[in-house]
Ligand binder design. Structure first.
Ligand SMILES: Cc1cc2nc3c(=O)[nH]c(=O)nc-3n(C[C@H](O)[C@H](O)[C@H](O)COP(=O)(O)OP(=O)(O)OC[C@H]3O[C@@H](n4cnc5c(N)ncnc54)[C@H](O)[C@@H]3O)c2cc1C
Length: 387
């Protein structure tokens, strides 16, 4: 060997990035409503567009008037455009991608690794605390958009490639501690298969005025947002719309200035709360998820509870309810804390505490609590069982 190169690959927590972005938008006056589905658009000569929506939690219907409507519904873009029955005018080609998670002791990597698969694709192995996740696949998908699952075939494809690539590594399905599957809303191109399709983003404008954006990558979200804001401005669709600010906009209200500052903060929390039971791993987990808000979660903890982890999870949930619009256990497990995939042992231990904390806060009646428990259990089962 004459030499080698290494390049930096960065890990993003997509759920945290999205929630921090929504919080930033709210600081600037935006209103954000989760679980509010757009069911139908009505065009009214006098009023403009009228949106018929429903709250997916309690079924209440709402009507909103709008001057412009942008749909960023990902894999559901075709459905929102109301063209799901007309195959010829469909814009999307959906492909499924799965990730599987194993303990680092099965695959002891220290930094993200990228390698080529036997069939000429690429796979990443990405470490996160005590686990690493392996992904992803890229296969055509025609199933239920709301129930995308990791199959044995998907998982074995990833494990087979990892086992062939890393010497001395032999990971089986039994070693997989969790998995998830998602859909890429790629832009359809006749005659092209999943891996040949471009990941470019596109904007579609329908005759009823609905603007949809699809394709693209998470890493390109600022450029995609700018394209949309510029379009709305060029077409004069929203009076008084300000110039897009994203280029110089810092998303987090109180970010760390450097990696050293972040590390010092993790240690400072241990100094302040170590006597309560806070160790390095938990301090890092809290700071990774909640930044400097970790201190306010910890300062509020019930010191009379002998089980520090239980007292902590209760406060964590209350923080995500009050400041991050968590309304169901799966919001917390899946889209706020990452516990579902990366710390599944904490889920199995504290799932009853989680459901009770939500039920107490929102004063759920027993029937509603039972329904939410079923939703939570399906999510947990889907993440630990490969079908
Ligand atoms: C397996 C996989 C791996 C990926 N890897 C990478 C990567 O390494 N790097 C990268 O940059 N990108 C990656 N991506 C792409 C990235 O995940 C997407 O670009 C990103 O999720 C798009 O975000 P979005 O908000 O546009 O859509 P989504 O995240 O799909 O969100 C769409 C939202 O619309 C909502 N919705 C649907 N219908 C309605 C309705 N009728 N009313 C109201 N709301 C509705 C849904 O509930 C959902 O919340 C990957 C994607 C997959 C699937």
């Amino acid at each position: 060997m004459k030499g080698a190169i290494s390049y930096a690959e960065y890990r993003t927590d997509d759920a945290r990035l999205t929630i921090e972005l929504i919080k930033a938008a709210r600081r600037h006056g935006a209103e954000a409503l989760n679980y509010m589905a757009l069911d139908r658009i009505e065009n009214d000569e006098a009023e403009g567009m009228r949106l018929h929506c429903s709250d997916k939690l309690d079924g209440t219907s709402y009507v909103f008037d709008a001057r412009a409507v942008v749909s960023a519904a990902g894999p559901w873009v075709d459905k929102v455009r109301g063209i799901s029955e007309q195959a010829t005018s469909k814009k999307l080609h959906l492909t499924k991608g799965v990730h599987v998670v194993v303990h680092k002791k099965e695959l002891p990597v220290r930094s993200p690794i990228y390698f080529d698969t036997k069939d000429g694709r690429m796979i990443f192995v990405i470490p996160r605390d005590k686990v690493c996740y392996i992904g992803t696949t890229d296969t055509d998908y025609h199933g239920d958009l709301d129930n995308v699952l990791c199959t044995k075939e998907d998982a074995l494809y990833l494990l087979d490639n990892v086992n062939s690539y890393f010497e001395g590594i032999s990971i089986s399905l039994a070693n997989v501690i969790s998995s998830w599957a998602g859909l890429r809303p790629l832009i359809k191109e006749e005659g092209k298969g999943p891996t040949e399709l471009s990941r470019k983003d596109e904007i579609f404008i329908d005759s009823n005025g609905l603007i949809s954006m699809a394709g693209g990558k998470l890493t390109g979200f600022r450029m995609m947002a700018k394209k949309l804001v510029d379009l709305l401005q060029d077409k004069g669709m929203v009076n008084g719309l300000k110039k897009c600010l994203t280029r110089d906009y810092q998303i987090h209200a109180d970010p760390f200035g450097s990696y050293e500052e972040y590390q010092a903060y993790v240690n400072k929390l241990i100094n302040s709360f170590g006597t309560l039971g806070l160790n390095y791993d938990t301090s890092k987990y809290l700071v990774d998820n909640y930044g400097k808000n970790a201190a306010s979660i910890l300062s509020d903890i019930d010191q009379s509870n002998d089980d520090f982890d239980e007292a902590l999870i209760r406060k964590e949930i209350l923080f995500t309810i009050r400041y991050e619009a968590s309304v169901r256990p799966d919001d917390f497990f899946n889209r706020r804390s990452g516990l579902l995939y990366f710390y599944p042992e904490r889920i199995s231990k504290y799932k009853d505490v989680v459901i009770d904390t939500f039920a107490e806060y929102f004063q759920w009646d027993p029937k509603f609590k039972d329904r939410q428990t079923l939703v939570m259990m399906k999510l947990i089962n889907d993440s630990i069982n490969i079908v």
